[in-house]
Design a protein around this ligand. Structure first.
Ligand code: PEP
Ligand code: MG
Length: 562
């Protein structure tokens, strides 16, 4: 928290740009959980379980009905949450507790704890899903007690929603006619809440910290989503002006048409990050010039067995078909760490982010990689010269790894590249690049490993900020080797989705930027407003800054002039 002469501000992690000004509404509190069981007589236990089933069905039906009114990821999240309430394993666990004599409320708490422990132990993305588990537990308990459903209150006017950690189902159900912004104490920029806020284009800040609980309901705040700042009781006239300007900007962004270039014609390819054919189809409806990162592992998170080469090829082809005349960059399985995959990650590891993940898995299991490359080559058959298929390996750290991967790709007629997301790979770029046709900087992991800060930690969000000059210096070095060796350098981490940072990356010499397709127009618009020289000057200022906050501020002043 910062207190200036007139306005108190709170800073969190910026997720969705845009400015909103309205009174605060807090999500309805979660029900108090029973600390012990009420004993249910043996002949009443069947009826007690039925009481649970009725409550759970009501909650599930309500979520399904909301899902029918939503679309895209929001509909999917609501449907998935409804599915969790109907989950047979969870209901069975509740029944076991009720049969043992506990009341329905307490049985729900016990059964859910069991699953929360399992998910937490699995770590990574599974651990993030514990928010959904707590959410369904609380909804069902409120229903059992006849209390109001926890979560979003319905309101008449406009409001900024504040929450400790909003459940994905609540985010998905947000009515944007009334809710103009979203601020959470916890959460990370890659959580489902953040993803849906992006889809809704709702100014959003996460990981704003415990201190925001001081801001009471009804307080007027301004949310500045691009910088991640909440202004408490700002000057009303000034706040309204900023909201107006942000809306005008949104109109300009909606009108932007590619291909992307600076105002003096320096071209930068803008590509989309996708994880499946649905995302690829949505990306093809934007100004994206192709796919810059296809995260193949995302299709296999719940697969227990490796799909056959033919099945994989069919899956990949569906993604490629969304861009029949454009470049597609496929990343081979980035299994491990926060994305464990049953058929790829065999051993428990003490420290999975530094463990056998990404390309490292293939050292022990090369055929897993070669089968995937065969499937990619098969899916790419028949694509024309205007639709090149590039393949890159995640987590490359040495020139030997790059050489080995490159050989396997070239044997199959595929164009090889590597992610630069381990600091060693950036530092050794001169030895790595001669083996490859391109590299793509993964700023999410490059920042995590450079700053030694877990990318999922909300407490360390100030370190896992791609504006960190240490990260930018590694990218600068990568670009300079790219120029010397005539190797294309792209960026595909979240940094590419930040319009000002995109200008800095362009100034550093990056040839392509790949981001969530919803971010592309804002990036393209910002690029079109600066000359290449201005981008280079902005890059110099960011490299020379003492830290991430100063880097961002200096560049904002240089390119936006505020
Ligand atoms: C990255 O690390 O920046 C990246 C693009 O890959 P992922 O986020 O999937 O690890
Ligand atoms: Mg990565």
């Amino acid at each position: 928290m910062t207190s200036g002469t007139d306005t108190t501000t709170f800073t969190g992690t910026a997720v969705v740009a845009g400015t909103a000004y309205a009174p605060v509404v807090w999500v309805r509190p979660r029900p108090e959980l029973p600390g012990s069981a009420r004993t249910v007589a043996e002949d009443e236990r069947d009826a007690e379980f039925e009481r649970f089933v009725t409550a759970a069905d009501t909650v599930a039906d309500r979520l399904t009905a909301r899902s029918a009114e939503a679309s895209g990821p929001a509909a999917e999240v609501l449907q998935a949450t409804a599915g969790m309430v109907r989950d047979r394993g969870w209901r069975k666990a509740v029944r076991k507790n009720v049969r043992g004599g506990a009341d329905a409320e307490y049985s729900v708490v016990q059964a859910t704890s069991k699953f929360i422990n399992m998910f937490t132990a699995a770590g990574g993305l599974m651990a993030e899903r514990t928010t959904d588990l707590k959410d369904i537990r609380d909804r069902v308990i409120a229903e059992l007690r006849g209390e109001e459903e926890p979560g979003l209150p319905s309101i008449d006017g406009e409001a900024i929603l504040f929450a400790d950690d909003l459940s994905p189902a609540d985010t998905a159900a947000l009515d944007i006619d009334h809710y103009k912004g979203l601020v959470t104490e916890l959460g990370g920029p890659t959580s489902h809440t953040a993803i849906i806020a992006r889809q809704l284009n709702l100014p959003c800040i996460v990981a704003a910290g415990r201190e925001i609980s001081e801001i009471t309901a009804g307080t007027r705040v301004m949310v500045e989503g691009s910088q991640g700042v909440v202004y408490v009781e700002p000057d009303e006239e000034d706040a309204r002006r900023q909201v107006r300007e942000s809306q005008e900007r949104a109109v300009k962004i909606a009108e932007w048409r590619g291909p992307a270039q600076t105002s003096d014609g320096h071209r930068v390819q803008l590509l989309a990050n996708v994880q499946d054919s649905n995302a690829a189809r949505l990306a093809s409806e934007t100004q994206a010039e192709g796919i810059g990162l296809y995260r193949t592992e995302m299709s296999f998170l719940s697969a227990t067995e490796e799909p056959s080469v033919d099945d994989q090829a069919a899956l990949y082809k569906k993604v490629f078909d969304a861009f029949p005349h454009s470049k597609v960059v496929v990343r081979t399985l980035d299994a491990g760490s926060d994305k464990p995959i049953a058929f790829a990650n065999m051993d428990e590891e003490e420290n999975p982010a530094l463990g056998v993940r990404g390309l490292r898995i293939a050292r022990q299991n090369q055929s897993l990689l070669t089968r995937q490359l065969d499937a990619i080559a098969k899916a790419a058959e028949g694509r024309g010269e205007d639709a090149p298929t590039w393949v890159m390996a995640p987590m490359v750290a040495t020139a030997r790894e790059a050489e080995w991967f490159s050989t396997l790709c070239r044997e199959r007629g595929l164009t090889p590249g590597a992610m630069i997301e381990v600091p060693a790979a950036a530092l050794m770029a001169d030895k790595i690049m001669p083996h490859l046709d391109f590299v793509s900087v993964g700023t999410n992991d490059l920042t995590q490993y450079t700053m030694a800060a877990d990318r999922l930690s909300s407490q360390l969000a100030y370190l896992t900020d791609p504006w960190q000059p240490a990260v930018l210096r590694l990218i600068q070095h990568t670009c300079s080797v790219g120029r010397d060796t005539n190797t294309a350098v792209g960026v595909c981490g979240e940094a590419a989705a930040d319009p000002l940072l995109a200008c800095v990356l362009t100034g550093l010499g990056v040839n392509s930027l790949s981001a969530a397709s919803t971010a592309i127009a804002a990036v393209g618009t910002r690029l079109s407003e600066s000359t290449f020289k201005q981008c280079q000057e902005a890059a110099e200022a960011a490299l020379d800054a003492v830290g991430a906050v100063v880097a961002r501020e200096s560049v904002r002043k240089m390119l936006v002039g505020e």
